[in-house]
Write a protein that binds this ligand. Structure first.
Ligand code: ASP
Length: 327
């Protein structure tokens, strides 16, 4: 057996984003995301070939704002089909950072393997001075190949840190530490080839999650209504025409004006109250006042992911409340 054959296999599923972006030499803005092939990206990350045998699959090459529920289902099915292969130690997904937190939560709920699934990307295009993609990719492959990463759910590796798929959020428009979380512990940190795990999530994920994508072709449509002073209450009924469920991004601990609340109380479709602050819980006590479901500490875009999956199984209000309390 040669040195290479002794290495574990890591499958990289590439979707595009800034990590695959190109622009004017040295510049960090004004580039085009989703242009470079995954082979070129892997070649730009020295040492990756010593961490694992890489199988690279170009799933698509786009900015993450353009991904759809069909792309999510395709990614989940691809992982679920490949995961039983004993040769494969884990998976890396390269992804734009804009919606990385949504994809991480979705996959965390529907991927049926204990093998590590690690999402990464970059805030600077490959052509920028100090591009962050190569190190992020290196650390993601390291994490996916690490036996200690098994059973931790879908993770995001970014800028030396390992985040859980449920709790990671994009928190900055420009910083190389944009992928972050507001409260709770980091799963771990990375220094060169050392991975130090510290915390794990108490919420169900992957093999212990009740959700799956078997037989699914699309997800129920859920809209997010962002509340601000003078939000037109007529928006509520307009959105109810378009969607099967609503998430209200309320102010503070989930508040809205009386006229907006009066409108969404009239709806028969499920609605979840989250907070536009995206930090701290909205309680069920508060949400029950309008016959709604509390997002707890899920930010609006993640509450929408959970509601879309929950609606594949039930529209019963009490069961939906239970799902949000548990996940
Ligand atoms: N617009 C890009 C995307 O999400 C941003 C990034 O990758 O950082 O695809």
């Amino acid at each position: 057996m040669n040195e290479n054959e002794a290495l574990k296999k890591v499958v990289i599923l590439a979707t595009g984003g800034t990590i695959a972006g190109q622009g004017a030499a040295g510049k960090t803005t004004g580039y085009k995301g989703g242009t470079l092939s995954i082979e070129t990206i892997v070649d730009s990350a020295p040492g990756v070939e010593k961490l694992a045998r890489i199988e690279a699959v170009q799933v698509c090459n786009t900015v993450s704002d353009s991904l759809t529920d069909k792309d999510w289902i395709h990614l989940a099915n691809t992982i679920n089909e490949m995961a039983p292969d004993p040769e494969i130690a884990g998976f890396v997904i390269t992804h734009g950072t804009d919606t990385m937190d949504e994809t991480a939560f979705f996959l965390n709920l529907v991927v049926k393997t204990e093998k590590p699934v690690v999402i990464t990307g970059a805030m600077r295009p490959a052509t920028a001075t100090s591009a962050d993609g190569p190190l992020n990719l290196y650390q993601a492959v390291l994490t996916a190949a690490c036996p200690e990463s098994v059973g931790k759910g879908v993770m995001v590796v970014f800028s030396d840190r390992i985040y859980g798929g449920r709790d990671v959020q994009k928190r900055s428009t420009y910083s190389v530490t944009a992928l972050n979380q507001v409260e709770g512990g980091l799963l771990g940190v990375i220094r060169d080839e050392d991975i130090f795990y510290y915390y794990k999530s108490t919420r169900p994920h992957t093999v212990s999650s009740r959700f799956c994508v078997d037989g699914l072709e699309k997800l129920p449509k859920v809209g997010i209504l962002y509340f601000h002073i003078d939000t037109d209450p007529a928006l509520v009924s307009c959105m109810a025409e378009l969607y099967e469920g609503l998430v209200i991004a309320g102010a503070g601990a989930g508040g809205t004006s009386r006229p907006v609340a009066d409108e969404y109380k009239k709806l028969s479709i499920p609605r979840v109250i989250a907070s536009r602050i995206a930090c701290g819980p909205v309680t069920q006590h508060m949400a029950s006042m309008s016959g709604s479901i509390a997002a707890n500490n899920l930010p609006p875009q993640k509450a929408a992911v959970l509601l879309r999956l929950a609606l594949t199984q039930t529209t019963d209000l009490e069961e939906l409340k239970q799902i949000f309390a548990e996940y």
